[in-house]
Ligand binder design. Structure first.
Ligand code: NAD
Length: 469
């Protein structure tokens, strides 16, 4: 966290003409320059270089904005975005290929296929917690699909936003890809321009506002939202490993991750062992950086400390905080009330409630009684338990015996469901998300077999049509 960074100048203050800027991007798309595979590959390679050649500057910006450790900056923002861009550059030619379909008899002679068409102009509104991965990451799919793109990084991570605004024009096509810095008002002004597609990453409530504004223009949206992601720890789990993995992933970025473990549903038989081991893991993992985890700003610090102060649960690990440095100790709270803020709101910080359950079925019922989460995690050694949870728990994504890693693969789509979002991206799915699947059917004019059923309709035509269709 830093307080010495100067906030980016808003679009209005800079007298940035948003309609003019968007018109320029629209014109760049209309010129056709973003469609050829060569343009897409060049931009994707350049985006990869943007990330790898500026590793130091990016890590510094992330340290300034979020107090992020360099290793975590590299792992979560730099490596993930660079590998997305690399994978897309390598595969985009294959992804773009027409997908021919075998047609029904009634459609013959003829050929049909799916033609991947860029939407046109795509607006990407990013979140602050992984400012590069959540702004440039979705841009990978949008560029691979041949769109012109406007990026609006979050104003809450100003150093990262400013660095993106500086680097993007240096590496990427200056006419077709633009960065606009600013806050929610700037986002709304951008949305009001009527983009052809929109990707928003952020909280569920703001997501609702974005969806409403986009509806005016019927702009299709991808919403990457938040929620409370549960971790079910079954009685047969490998508790020693589960404790380390839950503790580690909760500590990354101070728990300010959309798919961070939000709360644990621990079987009563292993709960105490799990809590003790998580406490040991936290002590070990934080031994080189004591003093609590940095929180992004005062508003979030106050929200988190208020939730902690209100808890009726037992604070088993941590519990301390420092308002002068905006730091909160990694904290585990056992059995809070289910209607207190720790259990009703997304935590987004280094506090982990552990709720005791009597069985896996009780845990499943608990999760399904609440809004569908962005991620659901399970620790178990049993295949039967694993299959039951996979089949019965609805969630954006699911990971068994680990956490977070499903974000880091280009082989699986990442996204939410219900209140945790709509649509998904990463790898091929990003390309699909930002492409319109246009159906194309071609037919020969001769021989003109349709003549068999042209009007006036005969009994023979009827018979033939009934057989064919
Ligand atoms: P946020 O919703 O406060 O802000 C996200 C973006 O929306 C920012 O760029 C912000 O400038 C913009 N914005 C703010 N007000 C707006 C408005 N009225 N209209 C349009 N845009 C507006 O989210 P945040 O605090 O940056 O991130 C935290 C939330 O995001 C958490 O809920 C978290 O779970 C979620 N999140 C989800 C994902 C995901 O991939 N699903 C990833 C990271 C964060």
């Amino acid at each position: 966290m830093t307080t010495d960074y100067v906030a980016p100048v808003s679009a209005a203050e800079r007298s940035l003409d948003i309609p003019d800027l968007v018109a320029g991007v629209r014109a760049a798309f209309a010129s056709g320059r973003t469609r050829p595979v060569e343009w897409r590959r060049t931009q994707l390679h350049a985006l990869e270089r943007l990330m790898t050649e500026n590793e130091g500057a990016i890590a510094t910006a992330l340290a300034q904005d979020l107090g992020r450790k360099p290793f975590e900056a590299w792992l979560a923002d730099i490596a993930s975005t660079a590998s997305e861009a690399h994978d897309a550059a390598k595969n985009v030619g294959k992804w773009m290929r027409r997908k021919h379909r075998r047609l029904e008899l009634s459609q013959l002679p003829g050929r049909g296929w799916v033609e991947y068409e860029p939407y046109g102009t795509v607006l990407v509104i990013g979140a602050w917690n992984f400012p590069f991965a959540l702004t440039l990451g979705p841009a990978v799919g949008a560029i691979a699909a041949g769109n012109a793109v406007v990026l609006k990084p979050s104003e809450v991570s100003p150093a990262s936003s400013a660095l993106m605004a500086e680097l993007v024009p240096k590496y990427l096509d200056n006419e077709a890809i633009k960065v606009v810095e600013g806050d929610g008002a700037v986002s709304q002004e951008l949305i009001a321009q009527g983009f052809d597609r929109l990707c928003f990453t952020g909280g569920t409530e703001i997501g609702r506002k974005v969806y409403e504004s986009a509806a005016t223009h019927l702009t299709p949206v991808t919403l990457e939202l938040g929620g409370k992601s549960p971790v079910i720890v079954a009685a047969d789990a490998d508790v020693a490993v589960a404790a380390k993995r839950i503790a580690w992933t909760k500590l990354i970025n101070s728990g300010q991750i959309c798919i961070a473990p939000d709360y644990v549903l621990a079987d009563a038989k292993i709960r105490d062992e799990l809590v003790t081991r998580m406490g040991e893991a936290v002590a070990k993992f934080e031994s080189d950086s004591p003093g609590g985890k940095p929180i992004v700003n005062e508003r979030h610090f106050e929200r988190l400390t208020a939730a902690l102060a209100a808890t009726k649960g037992r604070v088993a690990v941590g519990g301390g905080s420092d308002a002068t440095t905006l730091r909160i100790d990694p904290t585990v709270v056992v059995d809070p009330d289910l209607d207190e803020p720790l259990m009703s709101d997304e935590i987004f910080g280094p506090i982990l409630p552990v709720v005791t359950v009597g069985s896996v079925d009780e845990a499943i019922e608990f999760v399904n009684a609440r809004p569908k989460p962005l991620a659901a995690y399970l620790f178990t050694r049993s295949k039967t338990v694993r299959e039951r949870v996979i089949r019965q728990v609805a969630a954006g994504g699911m990971l068994i015996n680990h956490l977070l890693f499903h974000f880091a693969t280009t082989k699986l789509p990442f996204g939410g469901v219900g209140p945790s979002g709509m649509g998904g991206y990463h790898g091929r799915w990003g390309f699909e998300e930002f492409s319109h699947r246009k159906s194309v059917l071609t037919k020969p004019t001769r021989p003109d077999l349709t003549a068999l059923i042209y009007p006036p309709y005969t009994e023979k035509a009827w018979k033939l049509a009934r057989r064919l269709f």
